[in-house]
Write a protein that binds this ligand. Structure first.
Ligand code: FES
Length: 575
């Protein structure tokens, strides 16, 4: 029988502070030493998971934001207690934040379990932080609300808006092509990130913030309020108040996150042109809930969810304009006929109730359901002999002439090989070639770094080529664009068919029919497989070894097998 206070009828904080024995004495005296009174210890204990870090620029404002949450908690009669976990910021973490997402999920889960928290506010923002926190909340299942830090204000240069990091790629690409001087590049560097907040295009951070709202795990409107806007402080205070109400009503993450709200989150992602990373994260969150979410579900919903949101990298505007257009609630209002509107949310009300008064305020940003930007959602799931367990392409960001394409493979055997040879003037490549990167998957790279936006070879850049079909078992940033086929599963490092492709093989992509094939017969592929040798392992100790031994493939969400509930383990067909 578990001794976790979660199993008792009393609140966890009550069980902790009202214990009549030695441990109650110790809990009370140590807490009172921080200035809390007897009365404070009788209130619901609200953890504020503050992922502030100077190593994570996207969370630089979290010290201040946490104070507004605390104000709300006190006002509602709770006892706020702030605590840290690891914080992972995209630009700094090497080799990739994806290596640490599961570590952050474990850290958050164990902190939530080990302390007397009755509820928790999860402060996240940068790409992997929100999924890690949602995975933990799904596993622990104590009342929880996500509060994201908000997007940066638009970058500004020469009267135009800039977006991180879509324009980071553009600027460095044009610099490499010789179209920008060093000084012009430095000016762009200074102008692009001009405030607190996370990336302000519909990248992974904005997508995951939208998903938190669509799942009912964040207050309506949370995703799009710019980080420096005073209304985010208002929302932080409201979040603090609301978590106390959730504790009183005993509304928990598993009351909110289920198959139906996952459908809502997928539809919002598709209508937004959201990040391909969201697929991995949603599968992982679902797994923690005991739900096996197959790639087919994404494709089914993508086919019947129109693309409505005119935001970069698939469209024109950025998060600041999305906020002014009404944000996620306005997009959900437009999608309302397609949503499960009876789903409960952290407001304590249903999606339908939350949307009752909502209006779309700018039709240039949020298109009508009857006149979408595209009839289908942003992400397509591909299958074929090159990706038997699936691959993804963000079809809204693909140049139209490449949506159906056959080309000769130019193969790079590792990220290092790519770096060494991509700009070699002797590389046998032209604009119709298909660039293939092997061994960049969950175990291979390791941890699927965001290098699926394989650079265009310099000699083609100089000829004006800006898009090519590129295939890998890596990921891409949500801010990337182009004909980028990623998350190929099974990955090359475990002998998936991607490992068997050779220079000159013809590869056929057809997004309309959702197929990706290497035009080599089965007998030849079998022969190549027999000669295939697994790459040397990356780690012989530590967390890296744990990661590479226990991580699941992309189509299983890249969680660790042992973090899934027992009923979902053992489905290791593509591990
Ligand atoms: Fe943090 Fe882009 S670097 S969201």
């Amino acid at each position: 029988m578990s001794k976790d206070p979660l199993d008792k009828d009393r609140r966890r904080g009550e069980a902790f502070f009202e214990d009549t024995g030695l441990w109650g004495f110790i809990h009370r005296s140590f807490t009172k030493s921080m200035g809390y009174t007897e009365e404070d210890l009788r209130k619901p204990v609200i953890g504020i998971c503050n992922t502030f870090s100077e190593l994570n620029k996207c969370h630089s404002q979290f010290r201040e934001l946490a104070e507004y949450v605390k104000r709300g908690v006190w006002q509602a009669g709770g006892l706020p207690m702030e605590f840290p976990t690891i914080s992972i910021g995209e630009p700094y973490v090497k080799p990739t934040t994806m290596l640490l997402r599961n570590l952050m999920a474990m850290d958050t889960e164990e902190m939530m379990k080990a302390h007397p928290l009755d509820g928790v506010v999860l402060l996240g923002g940068c790409d992997k932080t929100v999924p890690a926190q949602l995975m933990a909340a799904a596993s622990v299942n104590i009342p929880a609300i996500v509060l994201t830090g908000g997007p940066m204000l638009n970058g500004r240069l020469n009267g135009a808006n800039l977006g991180a990091c879509t324009d980071c790629y553009q600027f460095t690409l044009e610099h490499k092509a010789g179209n920008l001087t060093d000084a012009e590049l430095a000016t762009a560097e200074n102008a692009i990130c001009r405030s607190d907040g996370h990336c302000m295009v519909m990248g992974t951070a904005s997508t995951m913030a939208s998903i938190a709202e669509a799942l009912g795990m964040a207050l309506p409107g949370c995703a799009a309020i710019p980080a420096p806007d005073s209304r985010r402080k208002h929302l932080a205070e409201l979040t603090g108040k609301q978590i106390v109400k959730l504790v009183e009503a005993d509304i928990r993450p598993r009351d909110l996150m289920n198959e139906r709200s996952l459908d809502n989150a997928i539809r919002v992602t598709m209508a937004s042109g959201g990040s391909t990373n969201a697929i991995i994260h949603l599968i992982a969150i679902a797994g923690r809930l005991g739900i096996r979410l197959p790639l087919e579900r994404f494709d089914e919903l993508a086919k019947e969810t129109p693309f409505l949101l005119n935001l970069r990298p698939s469209g024109q505007y950025q998060m600041e304009e999305y906020f002014e257009a009404g944000g996620v609630p306005a997009l959900m209002k437009e999608l309302e006929p397609l949503l499960h509107t009876d789903c409960l949310t952290v407001t304590g009300r249903s999606v339908a109730d939350n949307l009752r008064e909502v209006q779309v305020l700018n039709r240039e940003v949020i298109f009508p359901l009857s006149q979408p930007l595209d009839a289908q959602g942003g992400i397509a799931v591909l299958r074929g002999n090159l990706a038997p367990s699936g691959a993804l392409i963000k079809q809204t960001a693909v140049s139209s002439h490449l949506k159906k394409h056959v080309g000769k493979a130019v193969v790079f055997h590792s990220p290092e090989d790519l770096q060494k040879r991509i700009d070699d003037p002797e590389l046998d490549v032209d604009e119709s070639s298909v660039l293939v990167l092997q061994n960049a998957g969950p175990k291979g790279a390791p941890a699927m770094p965001e290098i699926g936006q394989i650079p265009i070879p310099q000699k083609l850049l100089k000829k004006g080529v800006r898009d090519m079909v590129r295939i890998s078992d890596a990921r891409i940033s949500g801010t990337s664009y182009g004909a980028l086929i990623v998350h190929v599963a099974p990955e090359a490092a475990i002998g998936g068919p991607l490992a068997l492709v050779r220079d000159g093989d013809l590869i056929e992509l057809d997004i309309a029919s959702r197929t990706l094939n290497v035009l080599v017969d089965d007998a030849e592929l079998q022969q190549r497989k027999q000669k295939w040798q697994a790459p040397a392992p990356h780690y012989d100790r530590g967390y890296g070894l744990l990661f590479t031994e226990r991580v699941l493939q992309a189509d299983r969400g890249c969680d660790f097998d042992f973090l899934l509930p027992p009923e979902l383990r053992g489905e290791e067909e593509s591990k």
